[in-house]
Design a protein around this ligand. Structure first.
Ligand code: G3H
Ligand code: 13P
Ligand code: ZN
Length: 313
């Protein structure tokens, strides 16, 4: 099947009480590791590309690699623009083979976010592409933008109905206490998410798919391995898996994961060089990196997302 939009995936996920994993991709090994896991478990998949990924790997390479992944696996795969910064970037992705885009106007004043998001939706829908918008602001680093903790703000449930109806978005990212990157909570701080906000939002938008960004668990095993083999990652803390499972059983249909991919890959490469300091063929260290990603994604599909076996032919 060709690349798909997220429409049917989200409908099934909402009804089934599970979520689809949206994994950030930057190169061939990352794409292969993720899609091998999804293929083994027959899971639907969202592969997402950031502005930074496009700058690093080139739009055409990434589209062709994702198309190849679809051809090899036969899975329903959506190709999504993550954190689209402006109309032009969204248009370029819509025109260039993506099936879904995010327009991230979350940092703008409300009315400007509505106007920008609606402009992207009008163009996207005219081209058969779906759109994710965002209300509320997560802390942490994405692309070259670092949102300070004191600038982050939770989504206001009283705004979501107005935003969704006026813009026509197909899904909505909300801020309930997750954040981007590997340092989501301070040492000693108890991880907490505002499930009350998620519940309020879903009451205002019955049946509507909600997206959770900044949803890596920052798997301790990888951080420990990185530090064991020469890394220096102080007190990296992520979102507990049971909280993500709870969100997936509620209105959250898309869970964004990037940092856990980075950690899995880096831990495997560091371990490899510690064990084989004489190796210099990239295939020697990228193979275990790809396998680490596959194992991590299988774990997410089985234990966090609950989407194993949900890929429809
Ligand atoms: O939310 C941001 C994602 O982790 C993508 O990161 O912009 O560095 O590619 P990036
Ligand atoms: P993490 O940094 O928690 O993996 O979040 C990724 C993300 O939200 C991409 O949009
Ligand atoms: Zn994000």
């Amino acid at each position: 099947m060709p690349l798909v939009t997220t429409t049917q995936m989200f409908k099934d996920a909402y009804e089934g009480g599970y979520a689809i994993g949206a994994f950030n991709v930057n190169n061939m090994e990352i794409i292969q590791g993720i899609t091998e896991a999804a293929k083994k478990l027959n899971a639907p998949l969202i592969l997402q590309v950031s502005k930074g990924a496009r700058a690093y790997a080139n739009h055409t390479y990434l589209v062709k690699l994702v198309e190849a992944a679809e051809k090899e696996t036969g899975l329903p795969i959506a190709l999504h623009l993550d954190h689209g910064p402006d109309f032009e970037t969204c248009k370029s992705c819509i025109d260039g083979g993506f099936t879904s885009v995010m327009i991230d106007g979350s940092h703008l004043p409300y009315e400007e976010n509505v106007a920008l998001t609606k402009r992207v939706v009008d163009y996207a829908h005219a081209h058969g592409v779906v759109v994710e918008g965002e209300l509320g602001q997560l802390a942490g680093i994405e692309d070259d933008v670092n949102v300070a903790e004191d600038k982050a703000c939770f989504t206001d449930p009283d705004q979501v109905y107005d935003f969704v109806t006026r813009t026509g978005v197909d899904s909505l990212a909300i801020a309930i206490g997750t954040s981007h990157g590997a340092y989501k909570f301070k040492p000693g701080q108890k991880p907490q998410l505002r499930f009350d906000i998620l519940e309020e939002v879903s009451k205002k938008l019955p049946g509507f798919p909600i997206v959770l960004h900044g949803a890596s668990s920052v798997i301790p095993e990888f951080v420990e391995k990185i530090n064991k083999y020469g890394g220096k990652m102080p007190d990296a803390i992520g979102i507990p898996e049971e909280m993500l499972r709870k969100a997936a059983s509620m209105a959250v249909c898309k869970i964004n994961i990037d940092s856990d991919l980075r950690l899995a890959m880096t831990a495997a490469v560091r371990e490899h060089f510690a064990l084989y300091p004489d190796h210099f063929d990239p295939r020697q260290y990228l193979k275990p990196a790809r396998e680490a990603i596959q194992g991590m994604v299988e774990h997410k599909i089985n234990n966090v997302l609950g989407c194993a076996g949900k890929a429809k032919a």
